[in-house]
Structure formats: C-alpha cells, structure tokens
Design a protein around this ligand. Structure first.
Ligand code: 8IG
Length: 273
C-alpha cells in the first residue's frame, strides 16, 4: 500500500495538515481538543467517553494505513465529550517494528496537533518489571528511555524532553485513582520480546515498564507542543521477571480481561481534562 510519507522529499508536517483537513471535513468538527492513541487493552474507553460523531477509515486519511497487527483497530474516531470538548481517537497506530520508518510511527501525533489538539494521551500494553504489578495493572508513565536508536525529529532540532510526561496530567489521573503507580517506560524496537538479560539491563538503568511504542510518539508530541499523558497497561511481567514465557495471545487475553476496568479509568480521567 503506498503512503505519501514514504516519499523522502515529502514534508511530514504538511501531510499531517492534509490529514487534519480530511478529519475536519469528514467529522464536521473544525478543531479537536484532546487526542488519544489506544493500545492493547485500552480500546473500549472510546465507547465510554462520549458521543461518537464520526468514524473514519484510516485508509481514507493521508499518511495513515490499516493496521497490520492482530488486535489493533484501524479507524479514527471523533467523539464529543460531555464537557463539549472534542476528542480524536487514533486507532491506527503504526509500530516502529513494522519497518515503515519513524515518520509513519508519529503521524497520528502530528495529525492530532494539526487538528488543534493540546493534549495527547498515549496508551499501550507493556511488560512490567515490578513484581507487585499483577497482569492487568495500569501504570502512569513518568519518564522514558528511548532504546530504539531512532528519533522522530529530523534535522538539528534540539527538543527539550524534561517533564515530557506532564506532572499536571499525572496528578489529574491520580485524583481519579490514588492507587495508580508510575514508572519509567523503556521502548525497545521489537517485535520480539526481550530476553531476561535485556530485562535485567532495563531494570538496572532505571526502567519499570518495557514496550514497543510510546517513547517515539511522546517525543514527536513534545516537538509539536502537545501536553502528554502516558499510560501503560502492564499485561505481563517482563521476560524472566516471572517464570512463564510470553505469548502474544496471552498478552491480548490479559488486555481483554483488564479492558473494562482500565477503560473506565481512562474515561474518568478524560472527564477531568
Ligand atoms: I503487551 O513484555 C507487551 N508489549 N517490549 N515487552 C515489550 N513489549 C511488550 C511487552 C513486553 N508486553
């Protein structure tokens, strides 16, 4: 499937503008306020937060493609929140491990910014390093380690990442559920899970959650001036932290099991934004 972002001469911010224009036209909503990317386990929250104004096929929006990953959806939804704000739900995330380059990975975030959003909620399913996190535990992301050796930023653009994961938004999340723990998210390239030795390295350098998505998106969000809230669902203990081997099927099942609970949590957080 051809994608305009694959042309190295294309300007990814221009394509994000075009995508935002298509979303505005198809939804009839000129400006959106809050965007969210819903990873494994989080998708149901889209049904809980408000009234769906439009469901747009990702393939109809410049720069987006249908997801290649089982368990991931491929629509962009415009939702009217009870507050009167407009939320954009990006169901068509491209992962770095798909090998289409970083521009495709962060296109949703750039489109959200071009659509007028000020807040970007990034969610994911991930592996937990803290043994106290039973499978299905939601965790706030407090910071990240980008272990992909890639960056969404092109050129000599020295973007500050201090406070990347907004303390203000984390505090709002904790006001909904004071038991929410937080941790440092480490993004690996994937799609293989880590070896136990890699998980021990991650732990030694300060990570608590290992995943394959959010760090690159968060960097692009900051570059575009978005305030970031990051939430991981620890669907499994990371490799070697528990004795059992990891399977994508079991990870999806753990996500499904936790979905009603964490989706309701996210919906409650969103009403406070
Ligand atoms: I769900 O254990 C999920 N995604 N890197 N490691 C990494 N990504 C994940 C994991 C995990 N579980």
């Amino acid at each position: 499937m051809s994608n305009p972002l694959d042309d190295p001469k294309a300007d990814p911010f221009e394509i994000a503008k075009q995508a935002a224009a298509v979303i505005a036209e198809k939804s009839g909503v000129a400006k959106h306020d809050i965007a969210m990317t819903l990873g494994s386990g989080w998708a149901k929250s889209a049904d809980l937060i408000g009234e769906t104004i439009a469901t747009i096929d990702a393939a109809d929006v410049p720069g987006f493609n249908r997801s290649e990953v089982v368990g991931h959806v491929s629509t962009i939804r415009s939702i009217l929140l009870p507050s009167g704000k407009h939320a954009l739900v990006l169901g068509a995330r491209t992962h770095f491990y798909e090998g289409h380059g970083v521009r495709r990975v962060v296109h949703g975030v750039r489109t959200a910014a071009a659509a007028g959003c000020e807040i970007m909620i990034l969610t994911n399913g991930a592996g937990g390093i803290k043994t106290s996190w039973a499978p299905g535990t939601p965790v706030l992301i407090s910071d990240h380690i980008n272990f992909t050796s890639a960056s969404p930023i092109e050129g000599a653009n020295f973007v500050d990442l201090t406070d990347l994961y907004s303390l203000r938004l984390r505090d709002i999340a904790r006001s909904v559920d004071s038991s929410l723990d937080e941790g440092v998210y480490m993004q690996f390239r994937g799609p293989h899970y880590e070896t136990p030795a890699e998980v021990q390295m991650a732990k030694a350098i300060g990570a608590h959650i290992v995943g394959m998505s959010t760090a690159l998106e968060a960097i692009a969000a900051r570059q575009s001036g978005l305030e970031v809230l990051g939430l991981s669902l620890s669907t499994n203990l990371a490799a070697g932290i528990s004795d059992s081997p990891l399977s994508h099927k079991e990870v999806l099942e753990a996500g499904k099991e936790a979905e009603p609970r964490i989706s309701a949590l996210l919906a409650q957080i969103i009403t406070k934004l």
